[in-house]
Design a binder for this molecule. Sequence first.
Ligand code: NAP
Length: 299
Amino acid sequence: MTGESAKIIDGKAIAKKLRAEYHVRVERLRDQHGVTPGLAVILVGDSAASQSYVRSKIAGCREVGIRSELIELPATATEAQVLEQIERLNDDPQTHGILVQLPLPAQIRVASVLERISVAKDVDGFHLYNMGGLVTGSTVFSPCTPYGVQKILEHENIPVEGRNVVVVGASNIVGKPTALMLMQQDATVCICHKKTRDLGQFTLLADILVVAAGVPNLIVPQMVKTGAVVIDVGFNRLADGRIVGDVDFEGVRRKASYITPVPGGVGQMTVTMLLHNTILSAERAATATVSPFPLRTTA
Ligand code: NAP
């Protein structure tokens, strides 16, 4: 499919369908095991953006029947206070997922916080063990945004095996894990970043182009191969208040075969995958007597 006919992928509709399935899984857990999945969210400080992300995560929990607990700490909180909360939640059998909303205030080391979360409850997938598992294909939870990208491709029946995938953006939470996950599915993957010279020479090779740079209009039509699948992870608020992705949507949709809009594309999937991971964690806890995963990898 080429020309004017790019299919606009409706992330909202995919998320809605998946959430309906997750609701059924939550009911099954309750009926068969008397278990309600529980997600704990730790929010440090009062950033408006973080508060808004946390609100949508908690609303998602409510929608599918997950119990949520919000732990709010002041911006002056110490690392020890955050770790203390994590330890409590690691030991709480009613908590199946623990999420620390990022970014954290400067006095708190992100790595030490993320590594204190029990791997079996690391539903964001940011623990070093989970990140390492992406390399070997044995991760316990897939990180939510890359997992959302993968689910979109699956939902649209877009084959990945043997195709050229170019990922623009190399962050630990989006670009790198997305590249690794698609490589596990036997794509030929290239990762680009700020220092990549002549970005267009790489993006033009992409059968599937995933863009997660945080730069509006970074990808214009002449950088896209005719018929490519374009997944725009970018989420940028312009001075006039509009939300846009990293791709020139109007231009590129005329050249691509599939494209995700912003908003209404990948963004809808990130929280949905968090809900999935929390339910999966509760299912594992309900059906296994001993966790197959290292509960702690640090003291
Ligand atoms: P990030 O940590 O700032 O990383 C951005 C990456 O893009 C870096 O690897 C950077 O390169 C690269 N980059 C920046 N400018 C570039 C350029 N001109 N050409 C090529 N590469 C460039 O951001 P992030 O957390 O990965 O997020 C990326 C975007 O996705 C943001 O817009 C964010 O809001 C959005 N996002 C959306 C969701 C969602 O649910 N939809 C979730 C997470 C993030 P260097 O490594 O060289 O600095």
